[in-house]
Design a protein around this ligand. Structure first.
Ligand code: MG
Length: 265
């Protein structure tokens, strides 16, 4: 899930905190694996949400997303499921996947108070080349951003690396929503934009944890929110992809926590 503003204080995590974030991250990875395996024509996004709920229970984790937001309109799912022109924050429900769709699944988990947050986008069956390329480029941009999440680098290094991957493809880089710090809260400072200037911005330090999440559109960067007050869609109706991982900047290097096995970047 991506940030819409909020806290300013950057919390420093200890190695013990990171251990818990690794457990939460492993659960998120399992939510990804299970939903990816189940996603097929005829499956509803509610079905995928139910599958993700079982994974959370199996991992002794609780959901980051369920109940998130204002008490008037709390998020009702444990995943966000955002098909086609939906960028992020789609509510799982009756939408039935069909051949030629793309679907973004964003998942969050809490283990002993510590969060993990990650998203992927996949094609259901065959999609046109430009859509397949959008998915490939967005995932590539995520890894370009993760590679900059290092002690001593600056926040602008992450955003610059991400937007540089989009540029030659004429892809719209969403600016209305951004990545975020993560820890005891799903959304902590700092905001992590998918654009920026290399060498500028906050200095990254050991003890930080970031959720990096490029959102790329086939058309313009502009977005609108649907009447459910959650689902963010592209303003021009063109399709959108979203990939995200949580990265921990530890004493022993930067570790992507939201994978079946943590990976150093
Ligand atoms: Mg997020």
């Amino acid at each position: 899930m991506c940030a819409m503003g909020g806290a300013r204080v950057i919390t420093k995590k200890t190695s013990a905190d990171f251990e818990k974030m690794l457990v939460a991250g492993k659960c998120v990875a399992a939510m990804h694996t299970a939903t990816r395996e189940a996603a097929a024509p005829g499956v509803t996004t509610r079905d995928l949400d139910n599958i993700a709920r079982e994974v959370l229970a199996d991992h002794d984790c609780t959901p980051s997303f369920l109940g998130y937001g204002s008490p008037d309109n709390p998020f009702p799912g444990v995943i966000c499921a955002s098909p086609n022109s939906a960028i992020v924050h789609g509510i799982p429900g009756d939408y039935t996947l069909k051949d030629g769709d793309i679907i973004s699944i964003d998942a969050g988990a809490i283990y002993e108070g510590w969060h993990g947050d990650a998203a992927y986008t996949m094609a259901i069956g065959d999609v046109p080349d430009d859509v397949a390329n959008l998915l490939k480029v967005t995932e590539e941009a995520l890894w370009a951003g993760l590679a900059q999440a290092k002690h001593g680098n600056r926040l602008g290094d992450i955003g610059a690396a991400i937007s540089a991957v989009a540029e030659p493809h004429g892809i719209g880089v969403v600016r209305d929503y951004v990545g975020h710090g993560i820890g005891r809260q799903m959304h902590e400072a700092p905001s992590v934009p998918n654009y920026g200037t290399a060498g500028k911005g906050l200095r990254l330090k050991k003890g930080m944890a970031l959720a990096i999440e490029p959102m790329f559109n086939l058309g313009t960067q502009d977005s609108v929110v649907l009447d459910d007050d959650w689902t963010v869609v592209t303003a021009d109706g063109k399709w959108s992809a979203h990939f995200e991982h949580t990265v921990l900047i530890t004493d022993k290097g930067s570790i992507v926590s939201t994978l079946p096995e943590p990976v150093e970047v």
